[in-house]
Design a protein around this ligand. Structure first.
Ligand code: ASP
Length: 342
C-alpha cells in the first residue's frame, strides 16, 4: 500500500532543461524539449539524495519550447497538479518548464489551483538555461534544488527555483536572456535560497506569502480547474506597450479585427503606467466599448500606483501576469458565471 506523503511527482513540459545540442560544448545552439522527463530524471546523479528516500513519479504533460505555451496546455498542467496534490501518497509536485514563460505558468497555477491544496503542499517549477546535453548543464542542480525545496517543511504555494534562488509565483520574473541566474524577485529578493542541502527561507517574506495563501488571496473565484479544463475558447487579451511616439493605431487595428474579437487589453505603460495622449485616448475609447483595459508598468519592478488623474485602472502585477489574470477573470465573468436562479 502506498505510504502517506512518500512520493514526489515531477511533471515535464519541455524547455531547455529537456533540450539537446549536437555537441556537449554547445550551450546555446540547441533544440528545446527533446528528452522525455523520465529519461531526464534517470540521468540526474544527485536526484536520489535530493529525494531523501521518497519515491519518484514522472509524467509528461507537454513537450514544448515555452515560447509556445498556451492556455490549453497551462490548463492541462493545472489539472495534473491538482490531481497529484490531492493524493495522500504525494508530498509535492515539481514541474520542469522552459524559462521563457515560466512566470506566466507559475501565476496561472497560483490563480487556479485550489487554495486549500496549495496551503498544504507546494508546486515547484524549475528550468535550465543550458540544454541537457551541455557539459555544464544547469538543469540537474536546479532539479535537485527544486526537489529539496518541495520537500522542505515550509514550502507551500507555487514557487520557482533557479540557480539556488527560490521565488514566489507572485514575484518571479525572468530578467536575463542568458545568465544562469536568469530570474529575480526584485526588491523583495528571493523567498528562500538553497544552500548546499538546506533550504533557508526569508522569514518575513515567507510569513507574508503564507498569509496571502491562506486567505486565498490570488485565487480567481470560480476559475476552477473543473471549468478551465473544458474551456475551448479562451478570451482574447492582447498586450501593448507605451513608448515614445506611441499611437493608438494598434488599438484601432485590434478592435477592427472581427475574426476573434478582443476582450481585453493590458498595456505596459511607461513609469507609473503613463500612456501617450493618443494611446490613452484609444484605450479609453476601447474601454467605453466594453473592452477591459488595464495598465501595468513596463518598468521591471514597482507596478502602477493609483493617482487622482487615472482614466484607466492600474495593476501592480507585471504586464504578462496581468494578462494571464485578465484572461482568467474574463473567463469567469462571462463564460463560467453560474446562470441566475429563477
Ligand atoms: N526557449 C526555452 C524555453 O523557454 C528557453 C529556456 O527554457 O531556457 O522553453
Amino acid at each position: 500500500m502506498a505510504k502517506i506523503n512518500q512520493n514526489v511527482v515531477i511533471l515535464g513540459t519541455g524547455g531547455t532543461i529537456a533540450g539537446t545540442a549536437a555537441s556537449s560544448a554547445d550551450h546555446t545552439g540547441y533544440t528545446a524539449a527533446q528528452i522525455g522527463v523520465e529519461q531526464l530524471m534517470s540521468a540526474i546523479a544527485g536526484l536520489p539524495a535530493a529525494l531523501q528516500g521518497r519515491g519518484l513519479i514522472t509524467e509528461q504533460v507537454a513537450q514544448i519550447d515555452s515560447k509556445d505555451m498556451d492556455f490549453a496546455t497551462m490548463a492541462r498542467l493545472a489539472t495534473r497538479c491538482a490531481h497529484w496534490l490531492s493524493r495522500e501518497e504525494v508530498s509535492a509536485v515539481v514541474v520542469t518548464h522552459g524559462t521563457d514563460t515560466l512566470e506566466e505558468t507559475a501565476w496561472f497555477l497560483q490563480c487556479v489551483l485550489p487554495a486549500q491544496l496549495l496551503a498544504a503542499k507546494p508546486v515547484v517549477l524549475t528550468c535550465a538555461m543550458r540544454p541537457a546535453t551541455s557539459s555544464e548543464a544547469d538543469g540537474p542542480r536546479n532539479v535537485c534544488d527544486a526537489v529539496r525545496v518541495a520537500l522542505s517543511a515550509q514550502a507551500r504555494g507555487v514557487l520557482a527555483v533557479c540557480a539556488g534562488d527560490v521565488h514566489s509565483a507572485l514575484q518571479v520574473q525572468k530578467v536575463h536572456s542568458h545568465a544562469l541566474n536568469a530570474f529575480s524577485s526584485g526588491d523583495a529578493g528571493p523567498i528562500a535560497q538553497v544552500v548546499g542541502e538546506s533550504v533557508v527561507f526569508n522569514a518575513l517574506q515567507e510569513a507574508i506569502y503564507k498569509e496571502n495563501l491562506a486567505a486565498g488571496q490570488w485565487n480567481i473565484a470560480g476559475a476552477a480547474i473543473k471549468y478551465i479544463v473544458s474551456t475551448v475558447h479562451w478570451p482574447r487579451v492582447e498586450l501593448l506597450l507605451n513608448h515614445s511616439q506611441a499611437s493608438g493605431a494598434v488599438v484601432h487595428a485590434l478592435l477592427a479585427d472581427s475574426a476573434q474579437p478582443v476582450r481585453g487589453l493590458v498595456v505596459a505603460g511607461t513609469g507609473n503606467g503613463s500612456l501617450s495622449v493618443d494611446l490613452e485616448h484609444a484605450l479609453v475609447d476601447a474601454q467605453s466599448h466594453g473592452v477591459r483595459v488595464l495598465r501595468a508598468s513596463r518598468c521591471a519592478w514597482g507596478g502602477v500606483s493609483a493617482t487622482v488623474n487615472d482614466r484607466l485602472p492600474g495593476t501592480t502585477l507585471s504586464a504578462v501576469k496581468a494578462r494571464v489574470q485578465m484572461v482568467l477573470e474574463l473567463l469567469h465573468d462571462t463564460e463560467l458565471s453560474p446562470a441566475p436562479e429563477n
